[in-house]
Design a protein around this ligand. Structure first.
Ligand code: SAM
Length: 251
């Protein structure tokens, strides 16, 4: 365990508190609101004071994986009622969310890591809540896309995020080519099992473009690779790369 990587520490973490006077002046949470709460993408210190307060003061935490979120809350030193909310029950949960919010309850929605709604559940329920005339609030924090882009050294003034490419080869190439036609940086998420395949595809579609791979951001084994797709394929050859990746393609 190292101080920089408290995600490895199973001891409950007590975050730094705001000075009592400042904390007293904070406005209470708004009843009947859905809060989309960002959680760390690796390093447990990357949770905001506001995220902790919303998780503590809400009526219920809706979580992509209740076990995972239960552990996060345990590390923060408190418990809350948890409701599962994931890709496979999003539609079914809609009514329940709306009726709880109409009753004035405060719901905090979290995913396993990062910002809800960004290649994760959240967008659909946020839209439904807004359509019903109810309130959605963002509690910003970690997001792998922005974390990678900000320290990639690539231009940050214009970028095009496409999330995960489809799995089928034909569809992947089509999506990739249409993204490559956009100005600015192209940003995507990819699983470690398909990273080599993706580099091969970029080599076919745009062999001259510089690519940045950001692996295991904010974690102990964070690693960056930079070069043309061909150079990156050489760099990662023979390594069984695990973990999570953000892929950035320079303009
Ligand atoms: N909502 C999350 C966010 O705000 O970034 C993204 C969730 S998406 C299901 C998971 C993908 O995000 C991973 O497959 C990987 O591409 C990227 N990702 C998440 N954490 C990461 C990390 N620590 N380092 C690099 N990529 C990460």
């Amino acid at each position: 365990m190292t101080p920089q990587h408290p995600q490895n520490n199973m001891e409950p973490q007590t975050p730094e508190q705001l000075p009592a006077e400042t904390a007293k002046a904070l406005p209470p949470l708004t009843p009947g609101t859905l809060y989309l709460v960002a959680t760390p993408i690796g390093n447990m210190e990357d949770i905001t004071l506001r995220a902790i307060r919303v998780l503590k003061e809400c009526d219920i935490v809706a979580a992509e994986d209740t076990r995972h979120t239960g552990l996060l809350l345990q590390r923060l030193g408190f418990r809350k009622p948890l409701l599962s909310y994931h890709t496979f029950n999003e539609a079914r949960r809609e009514e329940e969310f709306l009726s709880r919010l109409k009753d004035g309850q405060i719901i905090a929605l979290v995913t396993d890591a990062g910002t809800p709604g960004i290649s994760d559940p959240g967008q659909r329920i946020a839209a439904a809540v807004l359509r019903a005339g109810l309130k959605v609030e963002s509690v910003p924090g970690a997001c792998a896309l922005i974390t990678a882009l900000a320290s990639s050294g690539l231009p940050t003034d214009e970028f095009h995020f496409i999330g995960f490419l489809p799995h089928k080869s034909g569809q992947r190439m089509k999506c990739l080519q249409s993204a490559l036609a956009c100005p600015g940086v192209i940003a995507l998420y990819e699983s470690p099992y398909r990273i080599e395949k993706l580099l091969g595809e970029i080599q076919t579609a745009a062999p001259e473009r510089q690519v940045v791979l950001a692996r295991e951001l904010t974690k102990k084994f964070e690693e960056w690779f930079r070069g043309t797709p061909e150079e990156l394929l050489t760099q990662i050859k023979g390594r069984s790369l695990k973990g999570e990746f953000v892929v950035l393609i320079a303009p």
